[in-house]
Design a protein around this ligand. Structure first.
Ligand code: SF4
Length: 403
């Protein structure tokens, strides 16, 4: 037995791609109605939320309002980065069900009425993206095409491995090309944890044949602009190879690529579980410049365990990069649910913030770090001490809730 009502997708810029993915894989079961204004449901409707930690405060208020007006006449379900990392906290907001991780198949099962009403948490196992559509013809074009899902690196600040798994799955070039051709997509961006790992068979060895097949095929099918190795498909420094960067330079439209440096301190890189060194970043930057591309680097400040000396090394590194014309995108550590550092807090140091400001003045630093600080200000008021063993609970979470 399926659903009685409609499926209303609470739309936000950030969940556009999730709408495309889930709406497409369930299109024979329900029409997903995106709603980015006031949600006006009827009894029996299902309202889907997919949200990030940065939206938590807003979602909390909305759910409270919906419950006050509609009570249990509507079903509220949640998925996406925040609910996947903190399913229990999300249920406490007032949701009926939480979907953890990639859930194309599980969402379809829910719409077919195959998931018992009493099951509050549904663990997604839709890891292999090659089996799921990018976006159906009835839904908008995605902002970026997800070409890889999962990451083997397990960096302690990042949700990707812990939500999408440590095994990487890829969408073959042919299916991406076919989609772009059918939908007449002219500007193509990709979503990948590490774009140079696309279709790779061995660690740190980009599969140039597959990447070239993808890029050439897209051009032949009419793609006018292709962006690869830039947001949201950055590159790990230890995967940067001269041939790979030359290929991007020749085949793509971006003149910048973003390399995940994350720190200028080797000690911090170890703590983060990055699996590469500062020297790897220097080498990647050099190779990228030689290929005629402009490297940009990502750095995260105030991670757990970061000390004065680590920050000094990172500032020196940013200065070194800046003198070479390399801009650093600064980020502030945010404790993301589901990660090993979910229960840590950034140790914000005002003196270091002033130093970041001065590097902005020099043109060496850009990025949304001020926005991150604002979000953290909001989140600190929501801190719930009983979440302290969340990561442990997630690891122990029963994995037998198959549909
Ligand atoms: S930061 Fe990048 S390399 Fe590390 S786990 Fe996340 S996606 Fe993988």
């Amino acid at each position: 037995m399926g659903l009685a009502g409609r499926v209303i997708w609470r739309y936000s810029e950030a969940n556009h791609n999730a709408l495309c993915a889930l709406g497409s894989s369930s299109e024979e079961l329900a029409e997903f109605k995106p709603s980015d204004g006031r949600i006006d449901p009827s009894p029996g409707d299902v309202i889907c939320y997919s949200f990030r930690t940065s939206e938590l405060e807003v979602v909390k208020e909305e759910v409270k309002g919906l419950r006050e007006i509609y009570g249990d006449k509507v079903t509220l379900i949640a998925g996406g980065p925040h609910p996947s990392g903190d399913p229990y906290g999300t249920l406490r907001l007032g949701f009926d069900k939480v979907f953890i991780g990639p859930c194309e198949e599980e969402m379809a099962g829910f719409l077919r009425g195959e998931i018992p009403k009493g099951r509050k948490i549904v663990t997604g196992r839709s890891f292999d993206i090659s089996g799921y559509p990018i976006s159906s013809d009835h839904l908008p074009l995605p902002k970026g095409i997800e070409i890889s899902r999962g990451c083997p690196h397990g960096c302690r600040f990042c949700q990707v491995s812990y939500v999408f798994g440590f095994k990487v799955h890829h969408r073959p070039p042919e299916s991406v090309i076919q989609f772009v051709s059918r939908r007449g997509m002219r500007v193509v961006r990709f979503i990948a944890p590490n774009s140079l790992a696309y279709m790779a068979r061995k660690a740190k060895e980009p599969n140039l044949d597959a990447i070239e097949r993808l890029l050439v095929g897209l051009r032949r099918k009419g793609a006018k602009q292709i962006f690869f190795g830039t947001f949201p498909s950055e590159i790990r420094p230890d995967w940067v190879k001269p041939e790979a960067m030359r290929l991007i330079r020749e085949m793509c439209d971006n003149r910048t690529v973003v390399i995940g440096a994350q720190s200028g301190s080797d000690r911090m890189l170890k703590l983060m579980n990055r699996g590469h060194s500062v020297e790897d970043v220097r080498r990647a930057v050099e190779i990228t410049k030689q290929a005629g591309l402009e490297p940009r680097i990502d750095v995260i400040f105030f991670c757990p365990g970061e000390e004065k000396d680590d920050r000094r090394e990172t500032f020196n590194f940013i200065e070194e990069m800046g003198r070479m014309g390399v801009v650093t995108y600064a980020h502030i550590f945010m404790p993301l649910p589901g990660t090993p550092w979910a229960d840590e807090s950034p140790q914000i140091d005002p003196k270091s913030l002033r130093r970041i400001e001065s590097l902005v003045g020099k043109g060496y630093v850009k990025g949304n770090w001020r926005g991150h600080l604002r979000i953290l200000g909001i989140r600190s008021s929501l801190h719930q001490p009983h979440h302290s063993s969340l990561s442990k609970r997630l690891r122990e979470f029963p994995r037998d809730d198959k549909i």
